[in-house]
Ligand binder design. Structure first.
Ligand code: DAT
Ligand code: MG
Length: 134
């Protein structure tokens, strides 16, 4: 176990639905620290880089349009084992698989609009923090 930093992003649905405070409370309740945060509007270029593993999927155009539909809250979250820990707080990608008690399990009712992004490995965390915070 080690103190890790992970890239977390509250997606446009989370901002639009007024759920930022409740989601941030769950992150803070867990004991993680928000060490940086900013509201951003994402561009198509940035999203194609961020979702490079998905650009060829049939749902990609819809995902990109959604991610550009309003501001996001970009954050760096720090804590012991925070990369996996945040993935566990978030819940599964598909809303119907996300367990009750997780952010997606409790608040998401579609897979596209699933409220929150979190890095899935130390390598992606490093790359994503660099991508969005420089
Ligand atoms: P995660 O966000 O859990 O890391 P991912 O990286 O595989 O999942 O996908 C990124 C986002 O793309 C995901 O949060 C929602 C969307 N997505 C993934 N798979 C999808 C699918 N089968 N249908 C619609 N949207 C999907
Ligand atoms: Mg992912």
């Amino acid at each position: 176990m080690a103190v890790e930093r992970t890239y977390i992003m509250l997606k446009p649905d989370c901002v639009r639905r007024g759920l930022m405070g409740r989601v941030i409370s769950r992150i803070e309740d867990k004991g993680y620290k928000i060490v940086d945060a900013k509201m951003m509007h994402l561009t198509s270029d940035k999203l194609r880089e961020h979702y490079a593993h998905l650009v060829d999927k049939p749902f990609y155009p819809n995902l990109e349009a959604f991610m550009m539909s309003g501001p996001v809250l970009a954050m760096i979250v720090e804590g012991e084992n925070a990369i996996l820990g945040m993935r566990n707080l978030m819940g599964a990608t598909k809303f119907e698989d996300a367990a009750a008690g997780t952010i997606r399990g409790d608040f998401a009712n579609t897979t596209t609009e699933n409220l929150i992004h979190g890095s899935d490995s130390p390598e992606t965390a490093g790359a994503e923090i660099k991508r969005f915070f420089g």
